[in-house]
Design a protein around this ligand. Structure first.
Ligand code: ADP
Ligand code: MG
Length: 204
């Protein structure tokens, strides 16, 4: 048998908001560190919901992360420390440009384990940024579901509540919730509008 260098691996964790993508990414990164692997973690600067220097889950778990403005910025920050890095984690990858795909494959070819978490679809039910391409090229894809906030069934969709159709309104509490196929609607949302009015009343 021929001796060939061991390539790395590309793992993608995807699903709607609240499905536990960040939790799962944090879990895998923590296990890698327990195995004494050297971990570098990044997130795009569009997602500043909780921390500037960490990825965070809705259940308040965190892992140190460096904020990146672009894929080029990620390359500039990562390559100087690549020799001391075994595992590269990236959260909220849906906000990155398509250049993340060849960079992820380059890192895998260099023997790195690349863990990427991100939304697979937008609230309009369109493929979200580079995540579907990353899924297609991954060694392993974990598609998580959340709990539908209307009926409690498994939710694969992210529902935008209220009327705004802007694509990127990041993380504002009460603006999104997880929905199953039955209770998801990409453009109109009678359940959500009611809930938004309710939460406005509660806050008032
Ligand atoms: P993601 O990164 O996919 O948005 P997180 O890892 O940040 O998800 O958060 C997952 C956590 O969110 C769950 O463990 C749970 O505590 C909380 N949560 C809030 N709403 C829901 C929901 N509708 N379905 C599942 N988990 C939810
Ligand atoms: Mg997340």
């Amino acid at each position: 048998m021929q001796q060939t260098p061991t390539p790395g691996v590309l793992e993608v964790v995807t699903g709607p908001m609240f499905s536990g993508k960040s939790e799962e990414l944090i879990r895998r990164l923590k296990r890698a560190r327990i195995a004494r692997q050297r971990v570098a973690c990044y997130k795009p600067d569009i997602d500043l919901r909780y921390h500037r220097t960490a990825i965070a889950s809705h259940s308040s778990q965190t892992h140190d992360a460096e904020v990146i403005a672009t894929v080029e910025d990620l390359r500039d920050k990562l390559f100087p420390i690549l020799g001391e890095t075994d595992v590269v984690g990236i959260d909220e990858a849906q906000f990155l440009s398509p250049e993340i795909v060849p960079l992820a494959l380059e890192l895998v070819a260099l023997g790195k384990r690349v863990l990427i978490a991100g939304l697979d679809t937008t609230f309009a039910n369109e493929p979200f940024g580079p995540v579907p391409n990353l899924m297609a090229l991954a060694d392993k894809v974990t598609k998580l579901s959340a709990v539908c906030m209307v009926c409690g069934q498994a939710a694969i969709h992210t529902q935008r509540l209220g009327q705004s159709q802007e694509l990127v309104v990041v993380g504002a509490a009460g603006l999104y919730e997880a929905r199953c196929r039955t209770h998801f609607s990409p453009f109109t949302d009678e359940h959500g509008s009611q809930q938004l009015e309710l939460s406005a009343q509660i806050q008032a």
